[in-house]
Design a protein around this ligand. Structure first.
Ligand code: GLU
Length: 545
């Protein structure tokens, strides 16, 4: 029995050839050097911040080379598929400006682009054309080993300290004749299809990585499964077929796939296809108990994108941070060009880290504060209101009741050389602003009361004028202070015993009474926003303490 006859027995309905398919997936018409790359998640509905990072990198390289980024859903492992898995991925990434030029656009099966279907479970026959081709060439074979037999083999390998896997002498189904194969298939025995590896474990294969350079591995000699019993391919085989047909020039993916690198090289070479370029991205990591480890979906809340939404971490700040991690030169460039868009920076694979990159929330927090300090108060107001709508409806009511009032508060110490940097996340706004709303205002009653506070009523009634400029305001505070023996710092310092205190102490008292804090944005502005009556109310409330 010839290989062709066996292939026809296994795939009687597959009549297309690789050549036929090639015509359906013509070469893309793109400028020289354009990078075609993809994001290829399983539709689990979960986006890990590491995946966002990889996607951000892929989007950046595709955009700056006038190339293409497409989305491919890898659902050949049907157990991992969840409802709304696709839209969750698309919507989650869109917020970070990671959009796809091609691929599925919703959960209803719609997609854009000419290189689909972009969902692997819809490509079964396409993969089978390639499997059939290998069968015809005698480079693949059906394997009838059941789980029990494979387990016995594994135990034997363990005992004899042999390498684990289905290869060489261990690959028993490799040696069956086509007649034996055909007979067992006709008898209804379950089987899968394995690659008949042509690799020699004692020989080296050099695989080139765009980030890490040349890497040497033993050649792959394992007869890996390429087609499962449900007719769908394994990840490795689908990777070969899809990235070949879809014209991927660069495979940008997590470094957990480095171990499969020699196998993937081998697959492309066995078909005589050009091997795409690979860039394996180092994982985002954190330091725990002095040790560096990968950010874990199980242990680290910040691994999930939901963490960023819930805290109200600005999308653009996250992008800035990802850019900082992606290329070592970015941070310096951004500091020199604070107004320039991220896309104006030229990212390079060679500037990406070969070792795990520290994902540091303190650093992110710092970048958020910097970023928010550059926003116009009106824009920040809108972002915060949008955030509150979802995560804090109660505070949203107060915050949006009088937009001018909230914008006024956000605008304090904003458009100036050294702007205020107390807000990192949208959720911080309530923490920094609650005292501006009478509904939330309350003293920490355990704090010791300032017995001199009474004099502030005199100040409010006889000195404070809402229309004063900041300078006039301060002059009046000084004048008022003198009346009660509080003098400017310069005088006070010379002979502190002679005076009750210095002018700053008046401001301190006032600040504490209206904000319950010892530090706040510019007091003059806060007083102006609160207005005279409410300030007097607060002083009276305080005096009753
Ligand atoms: N589906 C694979 C994953 O989830 C894709 C890896 C790749 O990009 O090739 O990691």
């Amino acid at each position: 029995m010839t290989n062709k006859e066996l292939a026809d027995l296994i795939f009687p309905n597959i009549t297309k050839t690789i050549e036929d398919l090639r015509k359906e997936y013509p070469k893309r018409n793109l400028p020289e050097g354009a990078i075609v790359t993809r994001y290829a998640p399983s539709p689990t509905g979960f986006v890990h911040v590491g995946a966002l990072f990889a996607c951000f990198v892929a989007r950046t390289f595709a955009t700056q080379s006038n190339g293409v980024l497409f989305l491919r859903i890898e659902d050949t492992d049907t157990k991992r598929t969840v409802d709304n898995g696709i839209s969750t991925i698309i919507n989650g990434l869109k917020e970070y400006n990671v959009t796809f030029d091609e691929g599925p656009i919703n959960d209803e099966g719609d997609s854009i682009g000419n290189y689909g279907p972009y969902i692997q479970s819809q490509r079964k026959e396409i993969y089978q054309v390639f499997v059939k081709h290998l069968l015809e060439q005698g480079l693949a074979y059906p394997c009838f080993c059941n789980n029990e037999e494979l387990e016995t083999m594994r135990q034997k390998q363990e005992k004899t300290k042999a390498r684990i896997g289905y290869y060489g002498p261990w690959a028993t189904c490799r040696n069956l004749s086509n007649e034996q194969r055909a007979e067992r298939i006709k008898n209804g025995e379950p089987y899968i299809i394995r690659l008949k590896s042509n690799g020699n474990y004692n020989k080296k294969i050099i695989c080139h990585d765009e980030i890490r350079g040349d890497l040497a591995f033993p050649e792959n000699d394992v007869d890996i499964v390429i087609n499962k019993s449900d007719g769908l391919p394994t990840y490795h085989f689908a990777h070969l077929v899809d990235d070949y047909l879809m014209g991927t020039t660069h495979v940008i993916r997590a470094d957990e796939w480095i171990a499969s690198f020699p196998l993937h090289y081998q697959l492309f070479q066995m078909f005589g296809f050009e091997v795409p370029k690979y860039a394996h991205i180092s994982p985002l990591s954190k330091v725990e108990d002095g040790k560096t480890r990968k950010l874990s979906k199980r242990k680290d809340p910040e691994a999930a994108m939901s963490y960023y939404y819930e805290l109200g971490i600005p999308y653009e700040a996250v992008r800035l941070y990802l850019a900082t991690i992606a290329n070592s030169g970015f941070e310096v460039w951004h500091a020199a060009n604070p107004k320039a868009d991220i896309s104006e920076y030229k990212f390079e694979f060679s500037k990406m880290s070969k070792s795990p990159s520290l994902f540091d929330l303190d650093k992110l927090n710092f970048i958020c504060k910097e970023y928010i300090s550059t926003l116009k108060a009106e824009d920040l107001y809108k972002d915060v209101a949008n955030y509150l709508k979802v995560f804090d409806a109660e505070f949203e009511k107060l915050f949006t009741r009088n937009p001018e009032y909230s914008i006024g508060f956000l605008n304090i110490e904003r458009e100036q050389k050294k702007p205020r940097k107390d807000i990192a996340y949208y959720s911080d706004v309530k923490k920094e602003m609650w005292y501006m709303f009478d509904e939330l205002f309350t003293y920490k009653w355990e704090d010791e009361k300032d017995s001199n506070a009474e004099i502030l009523l005199d100040y409010m009634n006889n000195y404070y004028n809402e229309n004063d400029t900041q300078q006039e305001w301060f002059e009046k505070v000084t004048e008022f202070g003198r009346k009660y023996n509080y003098v400017p710092m310069k005088e006070y310092k010379v002979s502190p015993d002679e005076f009750k205190g210095h002018t700053g102490m008046i401001c301190e008292m006032l600040r504490y009474i209206v904000t319950t804090k010892h530090q706040s944005p510019n007091l003059y502005d806060i007083l102006k926003l609160l207005r005279k009556d409410r300030i007097i109310n607060r002083i009276e409330k305080y005096l009753k303490k």
